[in-house]
Design a binder for this molecule. Structure first.
Ligand SMILES: Nc1nc2c(ncn2[C@@H]2O[C@H](COP(=O)(O)OP(=O)(O)O)[C@@H](O)[C@H]2O)c(=O)[nH]1
Ligand SMILES: Nc1ncnc2c1ncn2[C@@H]1O[C@H](COP(=O)(O)OP(=O)(O)O)[C@@H](O)[C@H]1O
Length: 211
């Protein structure tokens, strides 16, 4: 017999200073969570070596970005490191309608906009690096950005970190496997929130009636 319990999809946001590990964590999480779909942002920043159009970002021109903003095709958008970034509305709405969860790798400005629009459905996680030195080591080791870009990202790290207290959860990304387990635990627990499970009232009523 069908229990009739369904779940409303949720939006899980990961933010951190650049280099703390959001992209790595997101990729691993998507492998282990078939119900989770990544929101692929549009950006005016040029692709890094190895980045794939449509997987990492949709790389667009400032003119195209302006058009998307005017047509209200973005759920949120922000300027970060002198480039524009935004979340296309359509794919998010489709995934949520199918009861899927959506993962966002966006900054604090975008997180604030999402929370304003859909507070009940957003879970936000801030990822911290274990130290400033380790953050710089990770940025350098990634070796995909020129030295001046690494310096600019380090200079912005403190600003980004200053928003940590606006998030529901804070995870220190020291050991990657441990971080993954922690983020998975958050997702699994949040899925069980009473308000996210529709049909629960009817199910419990049938249980109590002995049906
Ligand atoms: N608000 C907003 N921020 C985004 C979006 N996509 C990416 N970002 C953020 O922009 C910042 C720079 O991203 P990126 O250039 O890929 O470098 P990263 O920090 O190494 O991931 C990061 O903080 C991302 O989380 C988006 O669609 N909206
Ligand atoms: N827990 C970790 N320990 C060591 N290195 C890590 C860890 N997490 C991520 N990294 C490495 O740090 C670099 C930056 O990670 P990335 O996921 O690109 O960060 P972000 O998306 O936040 O900018 C990458 O080279 C990645 O392999």
């Amino acid at each position: 017999m069908s229990h009739g319990i369904e779940r409303r999809g949720l939006m899980m946001v990961l933010s951190s200073p650049s280099g703390a590990g959001k992209t790595t964590i997101s990729r691993k999480l998507l492998q282990s969570e078939p119900q989770l779909k990544m929101s692929v942002s549009v950006t005016t920043r040029p692709p890094r070596p190895g980045e794939v159009e449509g997987r990492d970002y949709f790389f667009i021109t400032p003119e195209q970005f302006g058009l998307m903003v005017n047509r209200r095709e973005l759920l949120e958008h922000a300027k970060v490191f002198s480039n524009h970034y935004g979340t296309p509305k359509g794919p998010v709405a489709e995934a949520l309608a199918l009861g899927r969860d959506v993962l966002f790798d966006i900054d604090w400005q975008g997180t604030q906009q999402l929370v304003e629009h859909a507070r009940e459905d957003v879970i936000s996680i801030f990822i911290l690096p274990p130290s400033t030195r380790e953050l710089e080591r990770r940025l350098r080791q990634r070796a995909q950005d020129p030295a001046d870009v690494v310096a600019a990202r380090m200079a912005k790290a403190s600003d980004e970190i200053s928003h940590w207290a606006e998030y529901d959860y804070v995870v220190l990304n020291e050991d990657l496997e441990k971080t993954l387990l922690q983020v998975q635990s958050i997702l699994h627990a949040e899925r069980l929130r009473r308000r996210r499970q529709t049909g629960l009232g009817d199910f419990v009523k049938r249980l109590r009636d002995g049906v």
